[in-house]
Design a binder for this molecule. Sequence first.
Ligand code: ATP
Ligand code: MG
Length: 329
Amino acid sequence: MLEAISRSATKILATAGAVGQVDALCSFASIAGRNRYVRASLSDAAEIVIEDGRHPVIEAIASERFIPNNTEIVRDGNGIQIITGPNMGGKSTYLRQVALIVLLNQAGSFVPAASARLGIFDRIFTRVGASDQLARGESTFMVEMHETANILHNATDRSLVVLDEVGRGTATFDGLSLAWAIIEYLHDHPTRSGITLFATHYHEVTDLAKTKSRVANFNVAVKEWNDQIIFLRKVVPGAADKSYGIQVAKLAGIPSSVIDRAREILATLERKERDLVEETRGHAPSHQLSLFDSRERDVIDALRILQPEAMTPIQALNELQRLKEKLEK
Ligand SMILES: Nc1ncnc2c1ncn2[C@@H]1O[C@H](COP(=O)(O)OP(=O)(O)OP(=O)(O)O)[C@@H](O)[C@H]1O
Ligand SMILES: [Mg+2]
C-alpha cells in the first residue's frame, strides 16, 4: 500500500496544496464578510493610505468598542512617523494594525478598513514587545538590539519597518540616543529608508521632525479630566508632551503611597530638568546654579517670588542681606 501511495505522492501533494489554498481563500472570504473587510486597491508607490483601519484581533476580542484610525504614509513625503502618547493610549495597537493590514493585503485577503490604497512591500520588519532568551545567553536588551541590528542591515527602501519603543530596555539617555540615531539612519540611508513607524516615550526625538524632511509626528489623543485620563484612541498629527505613566500605574492598582511618592519625585526631576534647560540656554549663570545644592535652590526660589516693587528700600536691603547670609551659611 505504501508503494501505491508513494507512486501517487506528487498527485496527493498537489491535491493537498489545492485543498489548502481553497480552504485559506474560503477563510479569507468568510472573515471578510463577517467583519466588514474591504478589498484594498494596489499602488505602485511606496505608500500606505487607510481610511478607518482596525486591528483585526483586538476588534474581535476587546470589551470596549474599537476606535478606527486613518493612516496616510507616503515614503517620500512623511515616510517616517514617530508616534508618541500616553501608556495604554494605543500606540502599539496602531503600529501592529498598520502592519497587519499590509500583511493581510499581500497574503491575498481583504483588509479591516473602510478603504485602503496600499503599495507592495518586499518585507515587513518588526521589533515589538519585550522578551529575553536567557537560555541562549541573551538579555532583554540584547535581544532588542539584535533584532534592530537585523532590521538596519536588511531593510530596503521598499520595506515596512515597525519599531515599538526601541531603546527602552536601557538607561534613559542611552536609549534616547539610540532611538534618535536609528531614526536618523533610516531617514538618511540611501537604500534602507523604507516606510517606518516608530512608537516611543522619548519625546525628545519628536524634534527630529524639525530637521528631517520625511519625519512626521503623530500622537494618540488623550483627554485630562479631574486628574483622570480618558483614552480617545485617535491618532492625530503632532507630538505628545506627556506619558501619564503615573496615572496609568494608579489605574493598575499600584498602592497610593507609592503613587504619591512617585509624583513627588517626578516634580523634583522635572524642576531639575527645567533648571538644566535654563542653564544651558544661558538664562542663569552656571556658577550660581548647582542642581544638587538645596541652599542655592532655596535662594533662587526666594528670588523668583520676590517683589521688589512692593518693598521699601530698607526691606529690600534686609532681604538681600538675608539671602546672602543663607548662601554663606
Ligand atoms: N483603537 C482602539 N480602540 C479600542 N481599544 C484600543 C484601541 N487601541 C488600543 N486599545 C486598547 O488599549 C490597550 C492598550 O493599547 P496599547 O498597548 O496599544 O497602548 P500603548 O500606547 O502601546 O501603551 P504603552 O505605552 O504602555 O506600550 C489595548 O490592549 C487595547 O485593548
Ligand atoms: Mg505599547
